[in-house]
Design a binder for this molecule. Structure first.
Ligand code: G3H
Length: 541
C-alpha cells in the first residue's frame, strides 16, 4: 500500500530536494517578448509557488519558484499592435513569405527549443508537479509535433501546387492565413497543448499573441530567446498576467481574428462574448469532458482494470481525456472494485523527480479541497471510499478515492473532477450509461470494455454519434497526435490533429480565371517567372 499517507505526508525535507532540481529555481522573470524585443518589466510581479511542498521544522511550505510579470492592458495592446503590424493585413513579411522560408524559421526554432529541454522539463516538474517521465514526454512529444506539422504542411502545399479547370474556369486553390491569433493553453499541458495551436498557426502565416496558462508560466521563459531569434519581429508576442486584465482588452479590441483556447467552457464563453465581431472571430477550442468507461459483463477484467486505472489516474486524473466516471455491469462490479482497489493501492505516490512516482501533488492549490468536498458530498449521499487509504490529504496531495456506489444527484456524478477521484456506478441495463452520455453537456470520448463482437459493435455505433472517439478496451486519450482530437457539445470547437490544425488556422482561398488566351498567357507568365507566392507550381521537397 504505497499510496496511503499513513506516515503523515509524502513531501521531502528541504535538504532532500535534489541539486538538479534546485538549480532550476528561482526564476525571477521580468522579461516579455513584444515586436522582437525582449523587454524588462518594472511593474508588479506574480509570485510563483510549486504544488510541491518542503517540510521545514515540521510544517509544510510550498517551494517558491520565482515570479513573472503582471502586465497590464497597455502591454497587451502593444503586443496586439505588434502582431497586427507584422501581419500587415496579409502584406507583412511573415504572411508574404514563401512556404519554404516559413519552414526554415520553424526548423531554426525547433533546434533552439531542443537546447532548452533540461531547463524546461525541470520547470514543468516544479510548476505543475508532472513526474519526470511525463514532463520529458510532454517536451519530446512537442518536438515531434513540430516536425510532423512541418511535414504535413509540405504535403498540403504539394497537393495545392497545381491548377484545376472546371466549367471553363482555371483555378489554383490554397489555404491562406487568418490574421492575428491569440493562443492560450491549459495548465495540465502548458507546453504541449499551447504549441499544438501556436505552431500550426504560425506555419500557416498567422501572427501570434500567446499567453501562458495560470500555472506553468515560468517554463516558457527559456524559450523567449528562441522565439525572438527564429522569427521576424512581431510574429510571436507574449503576454503575462491576469487573464481578465490582459485578454479581455485583446478580445474587446475586435482585432483578434482567431482564438485558440484550451481550458474551460466558462472562460471560453467569456472570451468569445468580449469580441465585438462574432463572425470575424474564428475559434479553436479544447474544453472540458466527463469521459465515461462502460464495462460490460463479459469484459476482460484484468485489461479493463488496468486501462481504467491508467485512464482515471495518470497524471493524477488531471487530463481532459481522463476517464471520469466508470459504469460497470452489476454482475461484475464487486470483482472489478476489488481489483481496481488493488491496482490503485500499488500506485506510487511521490515527488515529480522521484523514480517511479506515478501520483504527485495536484497542480492547482484549490483542487485538493474541491475534491474533498466532492468526496464528502458523495459519502453524505450514500457512497463510500472503497479503497484502503483512499481520499487522504496532505496539503496538495490527495490519495485516489474510488467512490462506490456513485449515483445521480451526487456532484461527482456530473462535475468534471479533474483529479484522483474515481466514481463507479453499477448498471443493470445498458440504457443507463447511454442515457448518461446523451444527457451529458460534454461529448469528447468514451471507452468500452467487452469481448463479444456483436454487443461491442452495437454499443460503438450508438456512442459514435454521441462522442468523437470511442476507445475499445483502451483508456481515452488524445494521441497519436496525427489522429483527430475534438469533441461535441461543450467539449470542443474545431478539430485538432497535426494535419487538421493547419486547416483550422487557415481558410481555403483561390485565384480563378475564365479560360481564354489572355488569362492563360498571364498565368503562364506568372508561374514561369515565379512572380507569385500564391500562383505557383513549385514542389517542396
Ligand atoms: O488534457 C487533455 C489532453 O489533451 C489529454 O491528452 O490524452 O495525451 O493525456 P492526453
Amino acid at each position: 500500500m504505497t499510496v496511503s499517507m499513513k506516515a503523515g505526508h509524502p513531501f521531502p525535507e528541504e535538504s532532500a530536494i535534489p541539486e538538479s532540481m534546485r538549480a532550476a529555481i528561482p526564476l525571477e522573470q521580468r522579461d516579455y517578448l513584444i515586436n522582437g524585443e525582449i523587454r524588462t518589466w518594472k511593474g508588479p510581479v506574480q509570485e510563483v509557488f510549486s504544488p510541491v511542498c518542503a517540510a521545514r521544522d515540521g510544517a509544510l511550505e510550498p517551494v517558491r519558484l520565482g515570479h513573472y510579470p503582471l502586465l497590464t492592458e497597455h502591454e497587451a495592446l502593444e503586443a496586439l499592435d505588434a502582431a497586427a503590424s507584422a501581419y500587415g493585413h496579409g502584406r507583412g513579411a511573415w504572411p508574404m513569405m514563401t512556404v519554404s522560408e516559413r519552414i526554415a524559421c520553424l526548423e531554426d526554432f525547433l533546434g533552439r527549443m531542443a537546447e532548452q529541454r533540461e531547463r524546461t522539463v525541470a520547470l514543468l516538474m516544479w510548476e505543475i508537479a508532472k513526474n519526470r517521465a511525463d514532463a520529458a514526454k510532454e517536451f519530446d512529444r512537442t518536438l515531434v509535433y513540430i516536425r510532423d506539422t512541418i511535414a504535413a504542411y509540405k504535403d498540403l502545399d504539394r497537393a495545392a501546387s497545381r491548377f484545376e479547370i472546371e466549367e471553363g474556369v482555371i483555378a489554383q486553390i490554397r489555404r491562406a492565413p487568418l490574421g492575428v491569433v491569440l493562443c492560450m493553453g491549459p495548465y495540465n499541458y502548458p507546453l504541449n497543448e499551447t504549441f499544438t495551436t501556436l505552431i500550426p498557426a504560425l506555419l500557416m502565416g498567422n501572427t501570434v499573441i500567446f499567453k501562458p496558462p495560470k500555472l506553468g508560466v515560468l517554463l516558457h521563459r527559456p524559450l523567449l530567446e528562441a522565439f525572438q531569434q527564429a522569427f521576424p519581429p512581431g510574429v510571436v508576442n507574449t503576454v503575462y498576467g491576469d487573464g481578465r486584465e490582459v485578454c479581455g482588452p485583446l478580445m474587446a479590441s475586435g482585432r483578434v481574428d482567431c482564438l485558440a483556447f484550451i481550458g474551460s467552457s466558462r472562460v471560453a464563453g467569456i472570451l468569445k462574448s468580449q469580441h465585438p465581431k462574432p463572425h470575424r472571430l474564428r475559434c479553436v477550442l479544447g474544453l472540458e469532458a466527463k469521459n465515461p468507461a462502460i464495462v460490460l459483463a463479459d469484459a476482460d477484467l484484468d485489461l479493463a482494470v488496468r486501462e481504467c486505472a491508467l485512464g482515471a489516474l495518470s497524471y493524477n486524473g488531471q487530463r481532459c481525456t481522463a476517464l471520469k466516471i466508470l459504469f460497470v455491469h452489476r454482475s461484475i462490479v464487486d470483482a472489478f472494485l476489488a481489483r481496481l482497489s488493488e491496482a490503485v493501492g500499488a500506485l506510487r505516490l511521490g515527488m515529480p523527480w522521484e523514480d517511479g512516482a506515478q501520483l504527485t501533488p495536484l497542480a492547482d492549490p484549490d483542487q485538493a479541497p474541491y475534491l474533498e468536498s466532492l468526496v464528502r458530498d458523495a459519502i453524505e449521499k450514500g457512497a463510500a471510499v472503497v479503497n484502503a487509504g483512499g481520499g487522504q490529504r496532505a496539503a496538495t496531495c490527495l490519495t485516489p478515492a474510488i467512490l462506490y456506489p456513485a449515483a445521480p444527484g451526487m456532484r461527482v456524478y456530473a462535475e468534471e473532477q479533474f483529479g484522483p477521484v474515481v466514481p463507479v456506478v453499477a448498471f443493470d441495463d445498458l440504457e443507463e450509461p447511454l442515457r448518461y452520455v446523451v444527457d451529458s453537456p460534454y461529448g469528447q470520448q468514451a471507452a468500452v470494455f467487452g469481448s463479444d463482437p456483436e454487443a461491442v459493435a452495437r454499443l460503438l455505433d450508438v456512442l459514435a454519434n454521441q462522442v468523437c472517439r470511442v476507445n475499445l478496451n483502451s483508456q481515452c486519450q488524445r494521441g497519436p497526435d496525427t489522429f483527430p482530437f475534438t469533441g461535441r457539445k461543450d467539449s470542443a470547437e474545431g478539430t485538432l490533429s497535426v494535419s487538421d490544425a493547419l486547416r483550422v488556422f487557415s481558410i481555403r482561398t483561390l485565384v480563378a480565371a475564365k479560360e481564354g488566351a489572355l488569362n492563360k498567357r498571364i498565368i503562364n507568365g506568372i508561374v514561369r517567372e515565379r512572380h507569385s507566392g500564391f500562383l505557383s507550381t513549385d514542389f517542396i521537397f
